[in-house]
Write a protein that binds this ligand. Structure first.
Ligand code: GLV
Ligand code: MN
Ligand code: MN
Length: 408
């Protein structure tokens, strides 16, 4: 086995080790600042230190490794991705990018570059615990506000409290922002495109925008045996009708994706008509105008269904994240690195959100995708080919050398 394949193998093993740190015994579920994140920080911190980096946990719970450069004035190259997961996740969505970042520092073998290399494991990208994503990267761009700190999880714990309970200081999050630098994220594609083209790597041009909302239908809980069908105000039946309408409209609109991923009916018994239903809605499209028009249409549709069924419906807008283009020059540099490593350059958009879309607010950002076997992600079967990890290491090393030579 070549040295780079061995290195790639080690990175995949490390992803598997991190995947064992979970809130659930049978599955990988690791949300923002949950207790298994401490074990993740311990391992990632050790690997960073072994690579020659200084390590700290910032006040948003991001783990930050710094490999010093030789020039005092040079802005860092930041390589990052996230360490939180969706419920019942795979091992590679997020952690692979962090471990590849450490791997690229290891490949320097002690050599110092002019610029510092920072590797960041973001504490939160998925939006699972608090319903809004990107808490980690928003701390770096200085975009954590009081509204975000006050958000509650399902147990009534606020973001601010979660940060305190982890031993960090939410009042000092402002000190964690970065003013300048360049950002690179390496991530699995999480879709079937690269595999269908038989390609190991893709260069991301644009990350599509996304809307996330909470939706609540309220009717009247009542006895399932005594209440005739025409005298019910069944919140779940109304929500189900709306979900079908959302799917129908999304299927009829080119490139639109809309997902109800979470639903809770209350009081939640087989012999009680549901009086209250809470759902989430996730809507994405490459065009922000199309995405927003469709969100408005989905909400109008919910109001019409609610009125006809004697229900109330309310909405909570949690995210309206516009689509973000990666930096042209940095992306061209990444494409050149792919080409120089003898891989075809495939430029593509990302339907998944990434920390890169937040970091791009403050600095040039670029992203490299690795093929996802079977196109599967956000599921335990998520995988990666060791050969593709080796290819990403080679491309990443070439890209770092371009930057060092001032040629991106
Ligand atoms: C993050 O994985 C997303 O939902 O796009
Ligand atoms: Mn994800
Ligand atoms: Mn991810």
């Amino acid at each position: 086995m070549t040295a780079i394949l061995k290195h790639a193998n080690e990175i995949v093993s490390r992803c598997r080790i991190l995947a064992s740190y979970s809130e659930e015994p049978e599955f990988l579920t690791r949300t923002f600042l949950s207790s298994p994140m401490r074990a993740v920080h311990a391992d990632v911190g050790n690997w960073m230190k072994q690579a020659g980096m200084s390590v700290r946990i910032d006040n948003a719970g991001n783990i930050r490794g710094c490999y010093a450069g030789t020039s005092c004035s040079a802005a860092p190259l930041i390589i990052g991705s996230h360490l939180d997961t969706v419920p019942h996740a795979g091992a590679f969505d997020g952690p692979l990018g962090v471990l590849l970042g450490i791997g690229l520092v290891e490949m320097l073998g002690g050599r110092r570059l002019k610029f510092p290399m920072h590797v960041i494991g973001f504490s939160e990208e998925e939006g699972v615990r608090f319903g809004v994503p990107f808490i980690g990267s928003r701390a770096l761009t200085g975009d954590v506000d009081n509204d975000l700190l006050a958000r509650m999880d399902s147990k009534g714990v606020s973001v601010e409290q979660a940060i305190r309970e982890f031993g960090l200081d939410p009042a000092r999050i402002g000190e964690d922002s970065v003013a300048a630098g360049r950002y690179l994220e390496l991530h699995i594609e999480q879709g079937p495109v690269l595999e269908s083209l038989d390609l190991p790597l893709g260069v991301v041009e644009t990350i599509v925008g996304q809307s996330r909302l909470g939706v609540r239908f309220c009717g009247q809980a009542n006895h399932a045996g005594t209440t005739p069908m025409n005298l019910r105000r069944d919140a779940l039946a109304g929500a189900a009708e709306w979900m079908q309408a959302v799917e129908h409209k999304a299927r009829a609109t080119a490139d639109l994706v809309a997902t109800v991923g979470q639903i809770e009916a209350k009081p939640g018994a087989g012999n009680v008509i549901p009086g209250e239903v809470s759902l989430t809605l996730d809507v994405r499209h490459g065009s922000d105008a199309t995405r927003r028009e469709n969100v408005v249409a989905f909400l109008d549709c919910a109001r019409q269904i609610a009125t006809r069924r004697g229900l109330n419906v309310s909405f909570e807008k949690r995210l309206d994240q516009p689509s973000v283009s990666m930096d042209g020059a940095l992306t061209d540099g990444l494409a050149r690195a792919v080409e120089d490593c003898d891989h075809p350059v495939h430029r593509m958009n990302s339907g998944a959100g990434h920390d890169a879309m937040i970091m791009a607010r403050r600095m040039p950002a670029a992203m490299l995708f690795l093929r996802s076997p079977g196109g599967i992600s956000h599921y335990p079967d998520e995988a990666v080919f060791v050969e593709d990890v080796a290819a990403a290491l080679a491309v990443g090393a070439k890209f770092v050398n371009f930057l060092e030579a001032g040629g991106e």
